[in-house]
Ligand binder design. Structure first.
Ligand SMILES: Nc1ncnc2c1ncn2[C@@H]1O[C@H](COP(=O)(O)OP(=O)(O)OP(=O)(O)O)[C@@H](O)[C@H]1O
Ligand code: NI
Length: 360
Protein backbone atom coordinates (compact mmCIF):
# COMPACT_ATOMS: atom_id res chain seq x y z
CA UNK A 1 0.00 0.00 0.00
CA UNK A 2 1.13 3.55 -0.70
CA UNK A 3 2.23 5.10 2.57
CA UNK A 4 1.02 8.62 1.81
CA UNK A 5 -1.30 9.61 -0.96
CA UNK A 6 -2.29 13.16 -1.84
CA UNK A 7 -5.16 13.41 -4.28
CA UNK A 8 -6.41 16.52 -6.06
CA UNK A 9 -5.50 18.62 -3.03
CA UNK A 10 -6.55 22.25 -3.09
CA UNK A 11 -5.64 24.77 -0.41
CA UNK A 12 -6.74 28.39 -0.48
CA UNK A 13 -6.13 31.52 1.56
CA UNK A 14 -8.70 34.28 1.75
CA UNK A 15 -6.94 37.63 1.59
CA UNK A 16 -7.99 41.27 1.14
CA UNK A 17 -6.90 40.99 -2.46
CA UNK A 18 -8.83 37.81 -3.19
CA UNK A 19 -8.43 34.04 -2.99
CA UNK A 20 -4.84 32.74 -3.11
CA UNK A 21 -4.88 29.27 -4.69
CA UNK A 22 -1.60 28.11 -3.18
CA UNK A 23 -2.15 24.40 -3.83
CA UNK A 24 -4.29 23.77 -6.88
CA UNK A 25 -5.16 20.13 -7.50
CA UNK A 26 -2.00 18.33 -6.45
CA UNK A 27 -1.50 14.55 -6.72
CA UNK A 28 1.49 13.04 -4.96
CA UNK A 29 2.42 9.71 -3.45
CA UNK A 30 5.18 8.41 -1.21
CA UNK A 31 6.01 4.78 -0.55
CA UNK A 32 7.65 3.43 2.56
CA UNK A 33 11.34 4.27 2.71
CA UNK A 34 11.24 6.37 -0.45
CA UNK A 35 12.88 9.79 -0.84
CA UNK A 36 10.62 11.97 -2.95
CA UNK A 37 11.63 15.46 -4.10
CA UNK A 38 9.33 18.46 -4.41
CA UNK A 39 11.02 21.21 -6.41
CA UNK A 40 9.93 24.64 -7.54
CA UNK A 41 10.78 28.31 -7.36
CA UNK A 42 9.97 30.42 -4.34
CA UNK A 43 6.23 31.02 -4.00
CA UNK A 44 5.15 27.94 -5.95
CA UNK A 45 3.27 26.46 -2.98
CA UNK A 46 5.68 23.83 -1.65
CA UNK A 47 5.46 24.79 2.01
CA UNK A 48 1.69 25.18 1.87
CA UNK A 49 1.48 21.67 0.40
CA UNK A 50 3.63 20.40 3.30
CA UNK A 51 1.46 22.04 5.95
CA UNK A 52 -1.66 20.86 4.11
CA UNK A 53 -0.47 17.24 4.31
CA UNK A 54 -0.11 17.67 8.07
CA UNK A 55 -3.49 19.44 8.34
CA UNK A 56 -1.82 22.47 9.86
CA UNK A 57 -2.45 25.16 7.24
CA UNK A 58 -1.72 28.59 8.70
CA UNK A 59 -3.96 31.60 9.21
CA UNK A 60 -7.19 31.64 7.25
CA UNK A 61 -5.95 29.03 4.86
CA UNK A 62 -8.13 26.00 4.26
CA UNK A 63 -8.12 22.74 2.34
CA UNK A 64 -11.15 23.11 0.10
CA UNK A 65 -10.94 19.98 -2.05
CA UNK A 66 -9.19 16.63 -2.36
CA UNK A 67 -7.73 14.27 0.18
CA UNK A 68 -4.60 13.23 2.04
CA UNK A 69 -4.49 9.55 2.94
CA UNK A 70 -1.98 8.01 5.30
CA UNK A 71 -1.90 4.21 5.18
CA UNK A 72 -5.20 4.40 3.36
CA UNK A 73 -6.97 6.54 5.98
CA UNK A 74 -8.04 10.10 5.24
CA UNK A 75 -6.34 12.71 7.41
CA UNK A 76 -9.03 15.25 6.57
CA UNK A 77 -11.48 13.35 8.78
CA UNK A 78 -9.17 13.39 11.80
CA UNK A 79 -9.76 15.61 14.80
CA UNK A 80 -7.00 18.02 15.84
CA UNK A 81 -6.21 15.74 18.77
CA UNK A 82 -5.81 12.72 16.48
CA UNK A 83 -3.66 14.78 14.13
CA UNK A 84 -1.36 15.83 16.97
CA UNK A 85 -0.69 12.20 17.64
CA UNK A 86 0.06 11.50 13.98
CA UNK A 87 2.29 14.58 13.70
CA UNK A 88 4.28 13.52 16.71
CA UNK A 89 4.63 9.87 15.88
CA UNK A 90 4.11 9.04 12.23
CA UNK A 91 4.71 12.09 10.04
CA UNK A 92 7.06 14.80 11.25
CA UNK A 93 8.34 17.98 9.70
CA UNK A 94 11.66 19.80 9.82
CA UNK A 95 11.00 23.40 8.90
CA UNK A 96 12.83 25.78 6.63
CA UNK A 97 13.87 27.95 9.56
CA UNK A 98 15.68 25.68 12.01
CA UNK A 99 16.23 28.40 14.58
CA UNK A 100 12.48 29.06 14.65
CA UNK A 101 11.71 25.38 15.10
CA UNK A 102 13.90 24.93 18.15
CA UNK A 103 13.00 26.19 21.61
CA UNK A 104 15.61 28.82 22.57
CA UNK A 105 15.05 28.35 26.32
CA UNK A 106 15.94 24.64 26.42
CA UNK A 107 19.22 22.93 25.72
CA UNK A 108 19.23 20.92 22.52
CA UNK A 109 19.54 17.63 24.44
CA UNK A 110 16.61 18.47 26.71
CA UNK A 111 14.23 19.30 23.91
CA UNK A 112 15.01 16.16 21.97
CA UNK A 113 14.69 14.08 25.15
CA UNK A 114 11.39 15.76 25.92
CA UNK A 115 10.11 15.03 22.43
CA UNK A 116 11.11 11.38 22.85
CA UNK A 117 9.28 11.21 26.20
CA UNK A 118 6.19 12.77 24.66
CA UNK A 119 6.02 10.52 21.64
CA UNK A 120 7.43 7.25 22.76
CA UNK A 121 6.65 5.08 25.67
CA UNK A 122 9.80 5.35 27.74
CA UNK A 123 7.87 4.98 30.99
CA UNK A 124 9.05 8.42 32.10
CA UNK A 125 6.74 11.14 33.30
CA UNK A 126 6.15 14.05 30.98
CA UNK A 127 4.11 16.02 33.46
CA UNK A 128 6.99 18.22 34.47
CA UNK A 129 8.36 20.35 31.70
CA UNK A 130 11.93 19.58 30.75
CA UNK A 131 12.93 23.00 31.97
CA UNK A 132 11.46 22.54 35.43
CA UNK A 133 12.94 19.08 35.60
CA UNK A 134 16.33 20.46 34.79
CA UNK A 135 16.00 23.06 37.53
CA UNK A 136 14.81 20.56 40.12
CA UNK A 137 16.87 17.58 39.20
CA UNK A 138 19.85 19.29 37.66
CA UNK A 139 18.99 17.53 34.40
CA UNK A 140 18.42 13.86 35.01
CA UNK A 141 20.71 12.43 32.44
CA UNK A 142 20.46 8.94 33.66
CA UNK A 143 17.33 8.31 31.63
CA UNK A 144 16.38 6.34 28.56
CA UNK A 145 15.14 9.48 26.78
CA UNK A 146 18.43 11.33 27.38
CA UNK A 147 20.42 8.38 26.14
CA UNK A 148 18.29 8.27 22.98
CA UNK A 149 18.60 12.03 22.50
CA UNK A 150 22.39 11.65 22.48
CA UNK A 151 22.04 8.81 19.96
CA UNK A 152 19.90 11.00 17.71
CA UNK A 153 22.47 13.82 17.83
CA UNK A 154 25.14 11.27 17.05
CA UNK A 155 23.20 9.92 14.07
CA UNK A 156 23.03 13.40 12.49
CA UNK A 157 26.75 13.71 13.21
CA UNK A 158 26.84 16.42 15.81
CA UNK A 159 30.42 16.18 17.04
CA UNK A 160 30.90 15.37 20.75
CA UNK A 161 27.14 14.92 21.18
CA UNK A 162 27.32 14.33 24.93
CA UNK A 163 28.73 17.75 25.64
CA UNK A 164 26.97 19.56 22.77
CA UNK A 165 23.61 18.29 24.08
CA UNK A 166 24.05 20.77 26.94
CA UNK A 167 24.26 23.71 24.54
CA UNK A 168 21.36 26.02 23.79
CA UNK A 169 20.28 26.33 20.12
CA UNK A 170 21.96 29.75 19.73
CA UNK A 171 25.30 28.16 20.62
CA UNK A 172 25.00 25.97 17.51
CA UNK A 173 26.07 27.04 14.02
CA UNK A 174 23.40 27.22 11.28
CA UNK A 175 24.33 23.78 9.93
CA UNK A 176 24.27 22.26 13.40
CA UNK A 177 20.88 23.83 14.13
CA UNK A 178 19.55 22.21 10.95
CA UNK A 179 20.92 18.85 12.04
CA UNK A 180 19.46 19.28 15.53
CA UNK A 181 16.10 20.11 13.91
CA UNK A 182 16.32 16.93 11.82
CA UNK A 183 17.32 14.92 14.91
CA UNK A 184 14.30 16.42 16.67
CA UNK A 185 11.98 15.53 13.80
CA UNK A 186 13.37 12.00 13.72
CA UNK A 187 13.30 11.49 17.47
CA UNK A 188 9.84 9.98 17.29
CA UNK A 189 11.00 7.57 14.54
CA UNK A 190 8.38 8.77 12.07
CA UNK A 191 7.27 6.86 8.98
CA UNK A 192 7.63 10.06 6.97
CA UNK A 193 9.90 13.04 7.45
CA UNK A 194 8.88 16.17 5.58
CA UNK A 195 12.09 18.15 5.18
CA UNK A 196 11.17 21.66 4.02
CA UNK A 197 14.33 23.19 2.53
CA UNK A 198 16.53 21.65 5.23
CA UNK A 199 19.73 22.82 3.58
CA UNK A 200 18.71 26.18 2.13
CA UNK A 201 21.13 28.95 2.99
CA UNK A 202 23.85 26.57 4.10
CA UNK A 203 27.34 26.15 2.78
CA UNK A 204 27.53 23.64 -0.11
CA UNK A 205 29.72 21.19 1.82
CA UNK A 206 27.38 21.24 4.79
CA UNK A 207 24.40 20.79 2.44
CA UNK A 208 26.06 17.71 1.00
CA UNK A 209 26.72 16.33 4.48
CA UNK A 210 23.12 16.81 5.58
CA UNK A 211 21.87 15.12 2.40
CA UNK A 212 24.18 12.16 3.03
CA UNK A 213 22.83 11.94 6.54
CA UNK A 214 19.24 11.98 5.34
CA UNK A 215 20.04 9.10 3.00
CA UNK A 216 21.69 7.05 5.71
CA UNK A 217 18.80 7.79 8.07
CA UNK A 218 16.49 6.35 5.46
CA UNK A 219 18.47 3.11 5.46
CA UNK A 220 18.75 3.09 9.24
CA UNK A 221 15.15 3.87 10.16
CA UNK A 222 13.32 3.10 6.86
CA UNK A 223 11.96 6.62 7.03
CA UNK A 224 10.32 7.95 3.88
CA UNK A 225 11.31 11.54 3.15
CA UNK A 226 9.49 14.29 1.29
CA UNK A 227 12.40 16.52 0.39
CA UNK A 228 11.38 20.08 -0.44
CA UNK A 229 13.77 22.46 -2.15
CA UNK A 230 13.94 25.14 -4.83
CA UNK A 231 17.30 23.74 -5.91
CA UNK A 232 17.13 21.03 -8.59
CA UNK A 233 20.85 20.38 -8.15
CA UNK A 234 20.23 19.17 -4.62
CA UNK A 235 17.55 16.61 -5.53
CA UNK A 236 19.72 14.86 -8.12
CA UNK A 237 21.90 13.40 -5.37
CA UNK A 238 19.16 12.62 -2.91
CA UNK A 239 15.82 11.65 -4.35
CA UNK A 240 14.36 8.52 -5.94
CA UNK A 241 11.62 10.48 -7.69
CA UNK A 242 11.00 14.16 -8.30
CA UNK A 243 7.85 16.27 -8.51
CA UNK A 244 8.21 19.68 -10.12
CA UNK A 245 5.79 22.29 -8.80
CA UNK A 246 4.84 25.53 -10.50
CA UNK A 247 2.28 28.11 -9.35
CA UNK A 248 0.32 25.73 -7.13
CA UNK A 249 0.42 22.75 -9.50
CA UNK A 250 2.65 19.75 -10.09
CA UNK A 251 3.60 20.02 -13.75
CA UNK A 252 6.03 17.13 -14.13
CA UNK A 253 6.99 14.00 -12.23
CA UNK A 254 9.56 11.33 -13.00
CA UNK A 255 12.21 9.08 -11.49
CA UNK A 256 15.20 11.33 -10.74
CA UNK A 257 17.58 10.05 -13.44
CA UNK A 258 14.86 10.22 -16.07
CA UNK A 259 13.95 13.77 -15.09
CA UNK A 260 17.54 14.94 -15.44
CA UNK A 261 18.28 12.99 -18.63
CA UNK A 262 15.02 13.62 -20.36
CA UNK A 263 13.16 16.64 -18.91
CA UNK A 264 9.93 17.29 -20.81
CA UNK A 265 7.94 20.22 -19.50
CA UNK A 266 9.34 23.55 -20.78
CA UNK A 267 9.46 24.79 -17.16
CA UNK A 268 11.54 21.81 -16.01
CA UNK A 269 13.81 22.27 -19.01
CA UNK A 270 14.34 25.94 -18.17
CA UNK A 271 14.79 25.14 -14.48
CA UNK A 272 17.53 22.67 -15.41
CA UNK A 273 19.24 25.20 -17.64
CA UNK A 274 19.27 27.65 -14.72
CA UNK A 275 20.72 25.12 -12.25
CA UNK A 276 24.45 24.52 -11.80
CA UNK A 277 25.28 20.83 -12.31
CA UNK A 278 27.99 19.26 -10.23
CA UNK A 279 28.70 16.76 -13.01
CA UNK A 280 28.88 19.40 -15.75
CA UNK A 281 30.18 22.66 -14.28
CA UNK A 282 31.15 24.10 -17.68
CA UNK A 283 27.61 24.27 -18.95
CA UNK A 284 26.28 27.76 -19.48
CA UNK A 285 23.49 28.78 -17.14
CA UNK A 286 20.42 30.68 -18.24
CA UNK A 287 18.19 32.20 -15.59
CA UNK A 288 14.44 31.87 -16.11
CA UNK A 289 13.07 35.31 -16.77
CA UNK A 290 10.09 36.64 -14.85
CA UNK A 291 8.56 35.33 -11.64
CA UNK A 292 6.03 32.80 -10.42
CA UNK A 293 2.68 34.56 -10.95
CA UNK A 294 0.61 35.93 -8.12
CA UNK A 295 -1.59 32.98 -7.19
CA UNK A 296 -4.77 35.08 -7.15
CA UNK A 297 -7.00 34.60 -10.19
CA UNK A 298 -4.38 33.46 -12.67
CA UNK A 299 -6.07 34.39 -15.94
CA UNK A 300 -4.41 31.80 -18.19
CA UNK A 301 -4.91 28.05 -18.38
CA UNK A 302 -1.29 26.86 -18.36
CA UNK A 303 0.24 28.82 -15.49
CA UNK A 304 3.64 28.80 -17.16
CA UNK A 305 2.41 30.11 -20.53
CA UNK A 306 3.57 33.75 -20.16
CA UNK A 307 7.14 32.69 -19.31
CA UNK A 308 7.34 29.85 -21.83
CA UNK A 309 9.20 30.18 -25.10
CA UNK A 310 6.86 27.74 -26.81
CA UNK A 311 3.41 28.81 -25.67
CA UNK A 312 0.53 29.32 -28.08
CA UNK A 313 -2.97 30.66 -27.85
CA UNK A 314 -4.16 27.23 -26.70
CA UNK A 315 -1.82 27.32 -23.71
CA UNK A 316 -3.59 30.43 -22.46
CA UNK A 317 -7.05 29.00 -23.04
CA UNK A 318 -7.02 25.23 -22.48
CA UNK A 319 -5.70 23.68 -19.29
CA UNK A 320 -3.04 21.07 -20.06
CA UNK A 321 -3.61 17.73 -18.33
CA UNK A 322 -0.94 15.41 -17.00
CA UNK A 323 -0.03 12.66 -19.44
CA UNK A 324 2.70 10.14 -20.10
CA UNK A 325 5.68 11.77 -21.79
CA UNK A 326 9.23 10.77 -22.56
CA UNK A 327 10.77 8.45 -25.03
CA UNK A 328 10.13 5.20 -23.25
CA UNK A 329 6.45 5.90 -22.66
CA UNK A 330 7.30 5.26 -19.04
CA UNK A 331 4.07 5.60 -17.08
CA UNK A 332 6.14 7.00 -14.24
CA UNK A 333 7.13 10.02 -16.29
CA UNK A 334 4.25 12.43 -16.74
CA UNK A 335 3.98 16.13 -17.53
CA UNK A 336 1.28 18.71 -18.20
CA UNK A 337 2.05 20.44 -21.50
CA UNK A 338 -0.05 20.49 -24.66
CA UNK A 339 3.06 19.99 -26.76
CA UNK A 340 4.68 17.05 -25.01
CA UNK A 341 4.01 13.34 -25.21
CA UNK A 342 1.53 13.63 -28.05
CA UNK A 343 1.67 13.55 -31.81
CA UNK A 344 1.11 16.74 -33.85
CA UNK A 345 -2.28 15.63 -35.07
CA UNK A 346 -3.62 15.12 -31.57
CA UNK A 347 -2.65 18.56 -30.30
CA UNK A 348 -5.39 20.97 -29.18
CA UNK A 349 -5.75 22.74 -32.54
CA UNK A 350 -3.71 23.08 -35.67
CA UNK A 351 -2.59 26.65 -34.99
CA UNK A 352 0.76 26.44 -33.31
CA UNK A 353 2.13 29.87 -34.01
CA UNK A 354 3.91 31.16 -30.94
CA UNK A 355 2.26 34.11 -29.25
CA UNK A 356 5.22 34.62 -26.95
CA UNK A 357 8.64 34.92 -28.53
CA UNK A 358 11.64 32.85 -27.53
CA UNK A 359 13.35 35.99 -26.26
CA UNK A 360 10.71 37.07 -23.79
N1 LIG B 1 -0.76 32.51 5.55
C1 LIG B 1 -0.86 32.86 4.25
N2 LIG B 1 -1.77 33.78 3.85
C2 LIG B 1 -1.89 34.13 2.55
N3 LIG B 1 -1.12 33.62 1.56
C3 LIG B 1 -0.20 32.71 1.89
C4 LIG B 1 -0.01 32.28 3.26
N4 LIG B 1 0.99 31.38 3.28
C5 LIG B 1 1.40 31.23 2.00
N5 LIG B 1 0.69 32.03 1.17
C6 LIG B 1 0.87 32.16 -0.28
O1 LIG B 1 0.90 30.88 -0.87
C7 LIG B 1 1.82 30.86 -1.95
C8 LIG B 1 2.77 29.70 -1.80
O2 LIG B 1 3.62 29.91 -0.68
P1 LIG B 1 4.65 28.84 -0.18
O3 LIG B 1 5.24 29.35 1.08
O4 LIG B 1 4.00 27.50 -0.10
O5 LIG B 1 5.74 28.83 -1.32
P2 LIG B 1 7.09 27.95 -1.38
O6 LIG B 1 7.07 27.20 -2.66
O7 LIG B 1 7.22 27.18 -0.12
O8 LIG B 1 8.20 29.08 -1.47
P3 LIG B 1 9.67 29.13 -0.79
O9 LIG B 1 10.58 28.35 -1.67
O10 LIG B 1 9.99 30.59 -0.80
O11 LIG B 1 9.57 28.58 0.59
C9 LIG B 1 2.51 32.22 -1.95
O12 LIG B 1 1.92 33.00 -2.95
C10 LIG B 1 2.21 32.77 -0.60
O13 LIG B 1 2.13 34.18 -0.66
NI1 NI C 1 8.59 27.16 1.41
Amino acid sequence: MTLLEVENLQTEFQTDRGTVRAVNGVDLSIDRGEIVGLVGESGSGKSVLATSILQMVEGNGEIVEGDVRFEGTSLRDKTEKEMQKIRGNRISIAFQDAAGGLNPTLTVGEQIAESIRLHQDTGESTRLSAEIKRKILGASKNTESWRRAIEMLESVQIPAPESRADDYPHEFSGGMQQRAMIAMALSCEPDILIADEPTTGLDVTIQAQILEELKSLRSEFETAILFITHDLGVVSETCDRVNVMYAGEIIEKAPTRELFDNPQHPYTQQLLRSTPRLDDPQEELTAITGNVPDLIDIPYACHFAPRCGESTKECFEIEPKMRVVGENEDANHIAACHYRGISESERPTSTHEAVVGEDQ
